[in-house]
Design a protein around this ligand. Structure first.
Ligand code: FES
Length: 172
């Protein structure tokens, strides 16, 4: 990838905007490439910012409403800012009976995320509660940044979050 998002590198606002220009060039400003264009933009910002949607609409010469239509149709896209790290907590039947709720509560407490909020104020973490991650044998399951963690407990998940928080603070 040319936009630097695969390395976890934090881009400045100018670099982010330059990435968007490169993405549009790469897809030759073609309307039929709108979905991959939006996917790549979301990789850069972790969501689809309003001003970027308007810029893309002008660049491709389509109404912004068309982009909003696509962005709201596919659940993969988000119009709200998302955290850098995505925590997917399973609360499906197998995980629920093995105490997924205390794990979810422990995550929210650790990250100061109020009930009803899914992204931490510092935009480091987002949490998603899902109904099955297809790994019921490992219940209770939490997936952090795509990595599956089975047989979780509040203490184990807190230790995983501590590791990420330390890394983010530059202590590792
Ligand atoms: S119910 Fe949690 S992984 Fe299936």
């Amino acid at each position: 990838m040319t936009d630097g998002t695969q390395t976890g590198e934090v881009l400045t606002r100018t670099q982010q905007f330059e990435s968007i220009c490169k993405i549009l060039e790469e897809f030759e400003y073609r309307e039929e490439k709108l979905i991959p264009i939006l996917q790549r933009i979301q990789d850069v910002y972790h969501y689809l910012p309003k001003e970027i949607i308007e810029f893309v609409a002008n660049s491709i010469k389509i109404p912004a409403s068309r982009i909003y239509g696509v962005a709201t149709f596919y659940s993969h896209f988000t119009l709200e800012p998302k955290g850098k790290h995505l925590i997917r907590c399973c609360n499906g039947t197998a995980c629920h009976v093995k105490q997924s709720i205390p794990i979810i509560n422990a995550i929210r407490k650790k990250l100061n995320m109020q009930e009803g909020k899914n992204t931490s104020d510092d935009l480091l973490f987002s949490i998603e509660i899902v109904s099955c991650l297809g790994a019921c044998g490992l219940a209770p399951v939490v997936v952090i940044d795509g990595e599956v963690h089975g047989q979780m407990s509040p203490a184990k998940v807190e230790a995983l979050l501590d590791k990420i928080l330390k890394k983010e603070a530059g202590n590792e």
